[in-house]
Ligand binder design. Sequence first.
Ligand code: UD1
Ligand code: CA
Length: 461
Amino acid sequence: MIENRRQTAVILAAGDGKRMKSDRPKVLCEVLFKPMLCWVEDACRAAGIEEVYIVAGAQEELLKQAASPRCHFVCQSERRGTGHAAMMAAQAFAADGDVLILHGDAPFISAQVIQDAYAQHREQQNALTLISAELDNPTGYGRIVRKDGAVCAIVEQKDASDEQKAIREINSGAYWFDAAFLRQALGLLTADNAQGEYYLTDTVAIAVAQKQAVDGYCCPDRMVTLGANDRAQLLELNEIARRMVLAKHLENGVDLLCTDGILIGPEVEIAHDARILPGCILKGRTTIGAHAVIGPNSYLENATVGAYSEIKASYLTDSTVGEHATVGPFTQLRPNSHLGNGVKVGDFVEIKNSTIGAETSIAHLTYIGDSDVGSQCNFGCGVVTANYDGKKKYRTTIGDRAFIGCNTNIISPVQIGEGAYTAAGTTVDSDVPAGALSIGRVRQQIKQGWSDSNISFKRRI
Ligand code: UD1
Ligand code: CA
């Protein structure tokens, strides 16, 4: 059993995005639509760490917008190394319990690794437990120098001898520290090295010199070390993450015939037997029910799709679709649209901020905005709710089993009662009672022989 000690996480994130050629800080570059910083914060939260500090540089405000509001921020106005960044943070909290230090640009650290390393840290009562990994190509990383198996230092690439460069065990950049040791050791750091920076990694040699317990948790999963310094590496991380997420869904019984163009965000949930066809982007808090078919070529962001529903070549944001419904091809559900069970929405239909009752059919070329539509209604082709008068938006209410004829314009605010009909081409600008028929159009006139006397024969064909 691990005793109940205080745990604090510090994410070092003061780096800029120079090599990314980005206006944003590097840690906000996204892997599967999620900033790298958020991957790291979420791993800390999933590992049960409540107190999270982020060391930010010049663009602190942008980091604040991305991270959860529970995070504490510390500013490192001058970039003087990882040790210096840790010093800025260590001043902000009590030297009590244990501190996890992580890099904000290594998104694949997991809650499991954090917890396993912590278990070893406490079991061995270490002052410092560094998380390492063995790489085939360790170039660029700090090397773990061991003597008779015991960790004695981390040497940075630029400071390493040829013999040290041959070491394949590297520093991932994540560590558990005893908080009191961390504070004391940071006070002893100097910038006496090839880069003239305060290296956090020098705390290892300090602990060894003080005969404090130090060890490495050598992580079997090399993913923990992966970071991105430029766009090409970021693309690689995206591809790794994409494959990881797809593998998880395959394991859960999701049907993929081909993975081309399928990007699924890390928080998306998909039930068994759902099928995702090529060209689909599923992101945010999207949930797909069992046996649903998504795609081809659909974009779903924060969308919920019920079991047995189909979404074909459509664009859904912040919306829900019930069970056994069909959407598309070429439908847009804009935010706050809610479709009931068995609803059919077809091509070139746009729905915004509206509820559509069960088994209603809106098959073609229609705009429904700010409306509450009942169940089992039928919309003809080309219905438009005119919900905006240039100043304000108004709601439309349509009762169950209403029949809205082709090319009906509905001037909101208006109510169409249960079972009411509107004739094709009607402009509805006052309420239609339940069961009534509304016809509002110019009566058709027939002028016999009109074209013979007005239009030349050539023109008529
Ligand atoms: C660091 C480690 C190295 C390890 C590697 C893993 C040191 C001295 N070296 O090297 O042993 O193998 O990470 O990727 O720690 N940062 C700040 N403020 C600073 C400097 C850096 O917040 O003044 C942040 C960066 O935003 C980044 C992280 O610290 O998130 C790592 O910094 P970076 O310069 O990339 O360290 P490396 O040279 O890669
Ligand atoms: Ca780095």
